[in-house]
Design a protein around this ligand. Structure first.
Ligand code: EPZ
Length: 456
């Protein structure tokens, strides 16, 4: 079932028309990382001074986070991909349900608001169609730092017990290396009293980017990117200028698209060691990869099947599991794709099978037998990364495809179809005069394999 979109007509009235069996050629510029920019925006709540954030991608998720900050009283000046953010006039410490409900990442604001103002009220972010997305690690860590937390009518109400309104540094061991929980707790601990050690911390590049910006603001954070992070709380954080790192997931998506079409492209700017698990797997499956400074060139050759287990960084990223699965549908031989991070992130499998792929799904393990070709058809993406996978499948397929569910795609890929067009793909966004009626729309989007989760 499509992640419930508030604006169904938007969902039905736009599609990407793809003329199949395309080839990519040329150089493509990678945008700033969505999952870094979102948490960096939340971190601006920690200071009264101006933050200049450069290389911010223009995405609907970023738009939603900006609206949340504006709703709190933050002033944001937009200069294309540079934002000037001023949080000195924050008037309220409560995030409205209607804004949080549509953007899970807004929950990261709780650590910053609590640490800066001594209190915060943030609605529960809820699950979405890739999983239940719990926040117990965020809550337990904030409690360990001295927060009093109650959850009433779906609202997380946090306040600092200590009358000095300061959180107190402590040792926290996460049960799983949660990216969001690590980020929430780093932001909370940055203004706490004393030292906080986070063990089993997530090591993603987006966390390292957050720590780099916080240290520019005057924080004292050590060993970000390792599984034990040390934060010595400070009294105040100042302003800074910071450039968002390149988006490793967008970069990986383009590399996979090139491999799937036996094309040669160069992507830049990238940070190669952010993509090591992906480039290693692409090389193992037969592509030639050349790294030169901050650019990667891929020469797609005949693809052979390889096995993937998604894992926390530096393992193979769950966000590229769906695009890589699309690649494996036409690989020579067999492959096995195991999703270990989210309990429901195989929504693209039944659609790839409708296109003629040969995939047997057993819970979160996909056993794939490569086929010669798959055929184009009308498809509806059900989350951000499965939509990207369907576009790759449409580019590979024989015949034309119409991909719906662009509301998901526009959350995380800046100018995706224009970049593909620049690389030589025959693709265009169509705005239907009439929206599809429910019957037409239901084609390929409903399946009993996908439990119905509420939208994030
Ligand atoms: C971040 O989500 C990313 N989102 C996701 O990207 C990414 O897939 C994910 O990390 C994993 O890399 C942003 O950064 C905005 P987690 P997050 O907390 O922080 C369990 C995309 O497509 N868990 O690392 O929500 C959870 O159930 C998005 O760009 C708990 O049990 O992910 C999941 O199984 C999708 N308790 C696992 O940890 C908690 O308190 C990983 O979740 C938190 C998480």
């Amino acid at each position: 079932m499509i992640c419930g979109s508030k604006n169904k007509s938007y969902l039905k009235s736009q599609n990407l028309k793809i003329f199949g069996q395309g080839k990519l050629n040329g150089r493509i510029e990678i945008s700033g990382a969505k999952n870094s920019a979102l948490v960096l925006l939340a971190a601006t709540l920690l200071t009264n001074e101006r933050i200049i954030l450069e290389n911010v991608p223009r995405l609907t998720d970023i738009e939603k986070m900006r609206n949340i900050l504006k709703n709190l009283g933050v002033n944001i000046l937009d200069k294309n991909n540079t934002l000037e953010i001023d949080s000195k006039n924050i008037s309220i410490k409560e995030l409205p349900y209607k804004l949080v409900n549509r953007l899970r990442a807004s929950f990261f604001c709780i650590g910053a608001l609590l640490s800066k103002f001594g209190e915060a009220k943030v609605p529960l972010p809820g699950g979405c169609n890739i999983g239940l997305r719990p926040i117990d690690e965020h809550i337990n860590g904030l409690k360990a730092l001295g927060a009093e937390i109650i959850i009433e009518e779906g609202i997380v109400k946090a306040k600092i017990k200590d009358k000095r309104k300061k959180l107190c540094g402590t040792n926290i061991k996460l049960k799983c290396p949660s990216v969001g929980a690590t980020e929430t707790l780093i932001m909370a601990a940055s203004l706490a009293e004393g030292r906080t050690i986070i063990e089993n911390a997530a090591r993603e590049p987006e966390i390292q980017d957050l720590c780099q910006m916080l240290n520019k603001m005057g924080a004292k954070i050590f060993d970000s990117g390792k599984e034990k992070i040390i934060i010595d709380g400070v009294n105040k954080l100042g302003g800074c200028t910071h450039k968002v790192i390149p988006d490793r997931i967008e970069a990986g998506t383009f590399l996979i698209a090139a491999a799937a079409t036996s094309s040669s492209i160069t992507i830049y700017p990238v940070i190669p060691n952010h993509l090591e698990a992906v480039t290693n797997k692409l090389q193992e499956s037969g592509s030639k990869i050349t790294i030169k400074g901050n650019s990667i060139t891929i020469n797609g050759k005949e693809i052979k099947g390889v096995d993937i287990d998604t894992a926390p960084f530096p393992g193979f990223p769950t966000d590229l599991q769906a695009p890589f699965t699309a690649l494996m549908t036409i690989a020579k031989g067999e492959s096995k794709i195991t999703e270990t991070i989210f309990e429901n992130r195989m929504n693209h499998i039944h659609l790839l099978n409708k296109m003629g792929a040969c995939i047997k799904l057993n819970k979160n393990v996909a056993h794939i037998k490569g086929v010669k070709t798959i055929k184009g058809m009308d498809l509806v993406g059900s989350d951000l990364r499965s939509s990207a996978a369907l576009i790759i499948a449409g580019i590979i397929a024989k015949g034309n495809s119409n991909i719906y569910g662009l509301e998901h795609l526009d959350r995380g890929y800046e100018n995706f179809e224009s970049k593909l067009k620049m690389l030589g793909i025959n693709i265009k966004r169509e705005f239907k005069k009439r929206t599809l009626n429910d019957e037409e729309y239901k084609v390929n989007s409903e399946t009993d394999e996908i439990p119905k989760f509420r939208a994030a």
